[in-house]
Design a protein around this ligand. Structure first.
Ligand code: TYD
Ligand code: MG
Length: 452
């Protein structure tokens, strides 16, 4: 018994692990008996003798999911689908199961978390899920061997890996040892049987979990479903993909009938934008290879007593502090003793420095009470000297802004003007603030004008 870890000093973080028996046995025995003998195992082959398996894919028919997977699910591959509770993992997995079933493949949906009735209830809301998707309520992995053999499924979904346990390890379900051993057993089974396997894993806000993180090395694809539960929109990212790029991002909205793909995310994010108001700036961000227009809002107000408050949602606090310091030092915008609130609309999280310029403009716009013109957007990284630096894929960003009707795009040097729009080159934050003063929307406070 040891309460505290000698290594990291964390309390209660030690997990008992049984290193005898199953875990110590070879890889071969760590698969369930669900398939015949794979002939080539254990034999070394010259590269040219290995058949060039252009991984066949099961197209899921969920366009946004196929995009992230790189064209579909590869048979025999293991996909880990992680995300916070309630974000929509079970819904997405069930929709995927439904599509594969529609395509003619047998599907086994194993639920360890919810009852079969609950799964049925959810399936009732999803029009693409046919009635003959097989659902099994089970948490013991060894019990899956028989149905797996009988059904010979093209796809098996396990919801969730944290609820499963194998007899080979004695620790509790959800513990690191259990999750790791269970997943290894299942992954080997899937490989041997040529079944595509989707493991659902919960991730907590801090990203810690006895689950996904410890599994990343033994699965082929790691997908993360992100989004605020209070907002409809969800982002699906691949953080690891042995069969495709990790640059693609899928965008969904959570609807009455499950997750619906969004082909034009910018339009979605701009749809709720109000008329020109001070403190708002549009930035074209890039997620993977997709440009999206996002609104950054800032509110600068006189501080009450004590220290000024700084609150940022959807963007790093450090980034906000940096922009405040830069504005203070390199422009005439006075931000001393002001409360500052920053919000990124739509529940999006911006992690790109390319949003710096838009953030600085939103802050200046609120402080000066000058609204940016409705047809203006901005992107660019801002350095500590107040200089505006180049950003990656600037042409992609500028084109997307132009496509959605933005006619003036503030950007660092290097951006080419797209058809029908003008690129306003700004070398520094001071330039950008000057531009704002000269071009501020005259009816700053009046609403009713149409967004671009
Ligand atoms: P769920 O897939 O159960 O999340 P997870 O498995 O990640 O914990 O879905 C969670 C939320 O999605 C739930 O609050 C209800 C909502 N939802 C919809 O809005 N529409 C739907 O069609 C479905 C099935 C769920
Ligand atoms: Mg669930």
């Amino acid at each position: 018994m040891m309460g505290r870890c000698n290594g990291c000093a964390a309390w209660g973080s030690l997990v008992e692990e049984n290193v005898g028996g199953g875990a110590a046995a070879g890889r071969e025995s760590r698969a369930l008996d669900a398939a015949g003998d794979p002939g080539t195992r254990g034999k070394a082959l010259p590269l040219h003798a290995i058949p060039a398996a252009s991984a066949p894919r099961i197209e899921t028919g969920v366009a946004e999911l196929d995009r992230v997977l790189g064209g579909g699910v590869v048979p025999g591959s293991v996909v880990l689908l992680g995300g916070e509770p309630g974000v929509g993992k079970s819904t997405l997995a069930l929709q995927l199961a439904g599509r594969v079933r529609q395509g003619g493949g047998a599907v086994l949906y194993v639920t360890g978390e919810e009852s079969v009735e609950q799964v049925r209830l959810r399936a009732g809301r999803l029009p693409e899920v046919p009635g003959d998707v097989l659902v099994l309520s089970e948490t013991r992995i060894e019990a899956l061997a028989a149905p797996w053999r009988e059904v010979a499924p093209q796809l098996v979904v396990l919801d969730s890996i944290q609820t499963l346990h194998t007899d080979r390890v004695e620790s509790a379900p959800g513990s690191v040892a259990q999750v790791r051993e269970s997943a290894a057993l299942l992954a080997n089974t899937a490989k041997a049987a040529g079944t595509a396997l989707v493991l659902i894993g919960h991730v907590t806000k801090e990203g810690v979990l006895a689950g996904p993180r410890v599994l990343e090395h033994l699965v082929d694809v790691v997908l993360t479903l992100e989004g605020e539960r209070s907002h409809a929109y969800r982002l699906l990212r691949a953080t690891k993909n042995r069969f495709g790029s990790t640059q693609e991002v899928g965008v969904f909205t959570m609807e009455e009938a499950g997750l619906a793909g969004v082909a034009n995310p910018s339009e979605l994010f701009l749809s709720e934008r109000s008329a020109a108001t001070p403190g708002s700036c549009i930035v074209p961000i890039v997620e993977g290879t997709r440009p999206m227009l996002i609104e950054i809002q800032a509110l600068v107000a006189p501080a009450g007593y004590g220290t000024a408050r700084r609150t940022a949602i959807g963007i790093d606090d450090g980034r906000v502090a940096l922009m405040l310091a830069v504005l203070d030092r390199h422009t005439s915008v006075d931000l001393v003793s002001r409360d500052v609130y920053v919000n990124v609309t739509g529940g999006v999280r911006i992690a790109e420095p390319a949003a710096d310029l838009a953030l600085a403009l939103a802050l200046a716009s609120s402080r000066l009470d000058l609204a940016l013109p409705q047809d203006a957007a901005a992107c660019g990284e801002v350095g500590l000297g107040g200089e505006v630096r180049r950003v990656g894929r600037v042409d992609l960003r500028v084109r997307e802004a132009a496509r959605l009707g933005f006619r003036r795009i503030l950007a660092p040097a290097g951006a080419e003007a797209p058809h029908g729009a003008e690129v306003v080159r700004v070398a520094s934050v001071a330039d950008a603030v000057d531009w704002l003063r000269r071009n501020a929307s005259p009816q700053a406070r009046q609403s009713g004008s149409n967004p671009p």
